[in-house]
Write a protein of this length. Structure first.
Length: 161
């Protein structure tokens, strides 16, 4: 956005569902350009006009592979859970405290309002370890009394960047 504001202030901007969609559409309309990554440029044989225009150079996109099979522990795993906490003071503290007590490192924490009621929240937590690890099992057991619901979303090998 900052680069566009500085370099192309009169250009019409059209929002699309993804950068790949922008790349695809730019092929169909003469004079159109797309902001897209290297893979989209390669896929659609686009000429790169400018590089490194992002506002945050360290920004990343998270891609997930969804499946129904249980993935065995690899020794280098992450686990994702969803915790719906009881609406009371210190709810987040009580959800996170077992991670500290069991020396399990969090890698991501997101909070979303719950559909179940006003001022109720759901926590999406990613952390190091596999659901079958003893320490992870302890965390789940210790979080349970303070949770309305805990859902294991998956355990998977750590991605390579």
């Amino acid at each position: 956005r900052k680069w566009l504001d500085a370099n192309c202030p009169q250009v019409e901007r059209v929002a699309v569902s993804s950068n790949a969609e922008a790349a695809k559409l730019s092929m169909k309309e003469e004079g159109a350009v797309a902001i897209a990554g290297d893979m989209a440029a390669e896929q659609y044989s686009l000429l790169k006009l400018v590089e490194n225009i992002e506002d945050q150079p360290d920004n990343t996109t998270r891609f997930l592979i969804i499946g129904s099979d249980v993935v065995p522990a690899s020794g280098q795993d992450k686990t994702s859970i969803m915790v719906s906490a009881k609406n009371k003071p210190g709810a987040l503290y009580h959800v996170l405290e077992p991670f500290h007590q069991n020396d399990i490192s969090l890698t991501r924490l997101e909070t979303r309002p719950s559909n179940s009621g006003t001022w109720a929240y759901v926590f999406f937590i990613d952390f190091e370890g596999h659901i079958d690890d003893e320490g992870v099992q302890k965390v789940v057991q210790q979080v349970s009394p303070d949770a309305v619901e805990i859902k294991h979303l998956g355990s998977y090998p750590v991605g390579v960047l």
